[in-house]
Design a protein around this ligand. Structure first.
Ligand SMILES: Nc1nc2c(ncn2[C@@H]2O[C@H](COP(=O)(O)OP(=O)(O)OP(=O)(O)O)[C@@H](O)[C@H]2O)c(=O)[nH]1
Ligand SMILES: [Mg+2]
Length: 461
């Protein structure tokens, strides 16, 4: 593992822009001494003399000039976010003084922090493991209450704890097999394949269960790509607007209004949806329209879920049926729109074209039936049961990959045991599995992986 840099870093840790307060954060061995040089208060006490975890009113002074009125927090290592000495300067004067204070700390010898460098130090100094560091990003980026709670659970170390348990188990198995290898010549310790097999199977089941929750994790992280499709003028854009609760997409009485797909994130009963409005599907005339329709087909192919919108005031059209063909095998909800008008659509025809699919009746413009549609969406995504966030342990693609690799290696251990391969082979596969699991917490993560992870952070975190 790379050693921690010894310099002192500084950054603005609050979002840039107009705000009541902004925080300049310093971390590193020189934080307190640096604060001594720029902070003045009434009783003349220097930050390096202040008790840990205390807050002080005063001023930041540069060349005898007042930069800002501040509250300064002193936190000494090791009970801090980075496990280093931290000073946080709460600036009150707005964005210009905030920048001036940051520049002053840089002039006084601090280095501007890279994105995620505070959290990287927390990791390098052993306060959190890599999975927890990643949970910090996921907490910041969480799009729904559910994803936030899942990220918080990871931040608390729930995934890490389970992975640690599996690693301990693997280490014991490795030790046993190695002992057998070492003493085999001396007739000591029997190589108990049956016991080993049983333990390996247990681990494989545990891994499989973790991986099973990864799909829900992906939903939380990326959102479900939900494409609104249908022939022109059935009310796709109106429905998109209604689900978003705002008038973003252009709606007109002319068929062929939507040309370019619009995508927006929306939180439906805790499910993050990437809701896509597409151009109506029909045999297109002009070149632009043809291109729009090509894109609609493409969006549909990439969709996790399709909402096929039908015009309730008209009979089922040939074009509707063609889209029905295209949707075969795709997770679909049939939305009969315009139920405020006199109905001309036969339910029997709909059921024949989309057998077994959930049918919901709405009026996008009158905002009728939307709660039912939202419930149908949530039901289809969670299969009826909204998962408890504590059970969604794997929300991260990297973790999923590492778990899958460990599972594969253990699969090879099983095969090897069945074929009675020499114990040396068994140990080597057990070690690979252990290594893969180690990537999750970060012990076996390369510098390159660390760079990739921490570059997703914002500066100041
Ligand atoms: N009465 C009624 N009219 C609706 C309803 N939903 C949409 N409309 C009308 O139907 C027309 C077409 O609506 P859009 O939302 O633009 O339809 P679209 O499917 O996006 O159309 P394209 O983008 O052209 O494919 C507009 O005049 C809407 O006001 C509804 O629930 N009831
Ligand atoms: Mg439209």
């Amino acid at each position: 593992m790379p050693s921690c840099k010894e310099d002192t870093i500084a950054a603005i840790s609050t979002p840039l822009g107009e705000g009541g307060i902004g925080i300049v954060r310093l971390s590193g061995p020189d934080s307190l001494a640096l604060a001594d040089r720029i902070f003045r208060n009434k009783d003349g006490k220097h930050p390096s003399r202040m008790p840990s975890h205390s807050l002080h009113y005063g001023h930041i002074i540069a060349n005898g000039k007042l930069l800002d009125e501040v509250l300064l927090t002193v936190m000494r290592a090791p009970r801090t976010y980075t496990r280093e000495d931290i000073v946080e300067i709460n600036c009150h004067g707005g964005i210009v003084p905030l920048r001036n204070v940051l520049e002053l700390t840089l002039k006084e010898g601090a280095r501007l922090a890279e994105p995620g460098e505070f959290t990287r130090r927390a990791f390098l100094n052993g306060r959190i493991d890599l999975a927890q560091a990643e949970a910090v990003v996921e907490t910041i980026k969480a799009k729904t209450d559910l994803s936030l709670r899942a990220a918080m659970s990871q931040l608390k170390g729930n995934l890490s704890a389970q992975v640690e348990g599996m690693k301990d188990c693997l280490l014991k198995l490795i030790a046993n097999v190695e002992a057998f290898i070492d003493f085999a010549g001396e007739g000591g310790g029997a190589f108990r394949e049956k016991d080993l097999s049983k333990e390996v199977e247990k681990l494989r089941v545990e891994l499989a269960e973790l991986l099973a929750s990864a799909e829900q994790g992906r939903v939380l992280r990326e959102g479900i790509k939900t494409v609104i499709t249908g022939r022109p003028n059935v009310g796709k854009s109106s429905l998109w607007n209604a689900l978003l609760g705002e008038e973003r997409a252009i709606v007109t009485a002319l068929p062929g209004t939507t040309r370019d797909a619009l995508e927006e994130m929306v939180n439906v009963r805790g499910v993050p949806l990437r809701l896509v409005d597409t151009a109506g599907i029909r045999r297109a005339r002009g070149r632009i329209e043809r291109e729009s329709v090509v894109r609609s087909h493409r969006s549909l192919q990439e969709a996790d879920l399709a909402l096929i919108v039908l015009d309730g005031s008209a009979p089922l059209a040939e074009e509707d049926k063609e889209i029905g063909e295209e949707l075969k095998g795709k997770e679909t909800i049939v939305v009969i729109n315009k139920i405020d008008l006199r109905q001309g659509l036969k339910t029997g025809d709909v059921k024949k074209t989309w057998p077994g699919k959930k049918i919901v009746r709405v009026s996008a413009t009158q905002r009728v039936g939307l709660p039912e549609l939202k419930k149908a969406l949530a039901d289809i995504v969670w299969r009826g049961a909204v998962p408890a966030p504590e059970t969604i342990l794997v929300t991260n693609a990297r973790h999923k990959e590492a778990l899958a690799k460990a599972g594969e290696r253990l699969g090879e251990v099983s095969v090897g045991l069945n074929r009675q391969l020499p114990p040396e082979f068994i140990v080597s596969d057990l070690r690979s599995a252990l290594n893969s699991l180690g990537e999750i917490g970060g012990e076996t993560a390369t510098e390159e992986i660390l760079d990739r992870i921490f570059s997703q952070f914002c500066i100041g975190k």
